[in-house]
Design a protein around this ligand. Structure first.
Ligand code: GLC
Ligand code: MG
Length: 527
């Protein structure tokens, strides 16, 4: 077990830097703020933090529009602050993962400024330029993920450039070897400074159809769905060559000591997701599995989903699970607070690396963000369908001004932070925070949970039961996904190690186990 790479048994914690902790009093979270709060992550019991982008950016998409891949935006701090954060994280036993945004840069990046300067500019081919379509409009029917055409016309040169997101986020041309080399240099810049890995933004988008064919219509499109859902993204993303690029990124990491990890953002069905592990696992170690976010929440459906995912994994491929991130409705808002505790138990007892989203450890709900406070460019472009501000509200730490997040008015309203905070949850032995700490501690102390095999035991009514096994050691997890009590026949005497209610431990009476509404149990088999 000693040669098991750290990222297999690790729990990862995502920090959205604007919203975690503001140290310099400008109402926006920063690197120094994160450093000041590392203690929270250590007490929580996670092993690594992933920070959403901190690079210089005009912030059209809050850092996902990068103007310099080897710098730090002054809003967040300086390079010296990154170095300090890496050093202190490492000193506290935490790994640090950066966000890498290779699909597109900012339109203010000097590369794009050059590219846009004319058809014969040295970096023209670093981005995706096409002549107008036959009728004089955009080259094809591709839609931006934030709505509207995925092409913007450049008057001066008479061509369109492609952007899978905002027009301020032009797509880089990953078929151009100079682009690849420049981006790999950027990875090395951060690897040299000691970062432990990268979460790669929209990894499946990097390569587009070489002939730029039209995407077919989506037969399931209906009113109320975002514009991007009108078409199936058959030709604009997930091309076979994206796997080659993934392998090149991975090889770059592998040239460094210490099991650096490559995590891919991939919203794909299982069979396509698996391709990103690469042949012989030479691709991403953790192609993000978002299916728990997207799946309906019921026992049979979840059991099937887990089994299908486990079955689809390539030999030796390590699983991973996610309940939320900065683009999704928060888990407590999707499922309700009581069921969010069961979801946390599921996330932290499944086989595979879990990633937690900041705030979910205290059961934070989506914030109410009034229309005049909306900041997300998607929300502003497609009102009603695309708003991501509610899941990005500031982390509430205590009952101080602005919940301890900032001395100044926060960049987004506090939302749910008015009613719960880390300090109050830390003082309550049965809080959501206490549950997360217990689950993470149990996971760390129990090889069967951290690395053991997974086996579905039952999925009946609202109950989902499974075992985790490491040699002789076996643990049973029974989750009640419903609002009514339910009974489960364990078939052998059991002992509760942990209940989501945090008020139940020790030997269970003989006979069927009774679970209360929204209760989950981790059990050992009594000898
Ligand atoms: C990813 C990010 C999202 C961003 C988009 C464009 O999906 O998670 O926040 O808007 O890529 O970079
Ligand atoms: Mg600040």
């Amino acid at each position: 077990m000693t040669d098991t790479p750290w990222w297999k048994s690790a729990a990862i914690y995502q920090v959205y830097p604007r919203s975690f902790q503001d140290a310099d009093g400008d109402g926006i979270g920063d690197l120094e703020g994160i450093r000041n709060r590392l203690g929270h992550l250590v007490e929580l019991g996670v092993d690594a933090l992933w920070i959403s982008p901190i690079y210089p950016s005009p912030m059209a998409d809050f850092g996902y529009d990068v103007a310099d891949y080897c710098g730090v935006d002054p809003i967040f701090g300086t390079l010296a602050d990154v170095d300090r954060l890496i050093a202190e994280a490492h000193a506290r036993g935490l790994k640090l993962i950066l966000d890498f945004v290779p699909n597109h840069s900012s339109d203010r990046h000097p590369w794009f400024v050059d590219s846009r300067s004319g058809r014969h500019a040295p970096k023209r081919d670093w981005y995706v330029w096409r002549d107008p379509g036959p009728g004089g409009g955009p080259p094809n029917n591709w839609v931006s993920n934030f709505g509207g055409p995925a092409w913007t016309y450049d008057e001066a040169s008479g061509q369109y450039y492609h952007h899978a997101f905002l027009s301020e986020q032009p797509d880089l041309n990953w078929r151009n070897p100079e682009v690849r080399a420049a981006m790999i240099d950027a990875l090395r810049f951060w690897l040299d400074r000691g970062v432990d890995g990268f979460r790669v933004d929209v990894l499946w988008h990097l390569i587009k159809d070489i002939d730029f064919r039209d995407n077919p219509p989506n037969p399931d499109y209906g009113p109320g769905m975002p514009d991007i859902a009108r078409l199936l993204q058959v030709h604009s993303a997930d091309q076979p060559e994206a796997i080659e690029v993934t392998r090149e990124l991975r090889a770059t990491l592998d040239a460094y000591p210490g099991d650096r990890v490559l995590i891919g953002e991939l919203y794909l069905p299982f069979e396509r997701l698996m391709a990103y592990y690469g042949p012989d696992l030479t691709g991403a170690q953790l192609p993000f599995n978002f299916h728990l976010i997207l799946a309906p929440w019921n026992a049979r459906g979840l059991a099937r989903l887990i089994a299908e995912y486990e079955r689809a994994l390539p030999p030796g491929g390590w699983p991973n699970w996610v309940l939320g991130n900065h683009d999704q409705k928060r888990v407590a808002s999707r499922l309700g607070r009581a069921q969010a505790r069961v979801a946390a138990m599921l996330l932290l007892t499944l086989r595979g690396t879990p990633t937690l989203y900041y705030g979910d450890e205290i059961g934070l709900m989506d914030g109410v963000v009034p229309p005049e406070a909306l900041r997300d460019p998607w929300a502003l472009r497609e009102p009603g369908v695309g708003g991501r501000d509610p899941c990005r509200t500031p982390m509430p730490w205590d009952d101080g001004p602005n919940a301890g997040f900032s001395a100044a008015t926060p960049w987004l309203p506090l939302g749910d932070g008015a009613t719960r905070d880390v300090a109050a949850e830390a003082a309550d032995p049965r809080s959501m925070l206490a549950l997360h700490r217990r689950l993470l501690a149990l996971r760390r102390a129990t090889p069967a949970l951290a690395l053991g095999a997974y086996e579905t035991v039952a999925a009946d009514g609202d109950l989902l039961a499974y075992q985790r096994r490491d040699g002789e050691a076996r643990l049973l997890v029974v989750l009640n996904l419903g609002p009514r009590p339910a009974t489960f026949e364990a078939g052998a005497p059991t002992r509760t190690l942990l209940s989501t209610h945090l008020d139940r431990e020790g030997p269970e009476p003989a006979g069927a186990l009774t679970l209360r509404a929204d209760e989950g149990l981790v059990l050992a088999f009594a000898e």
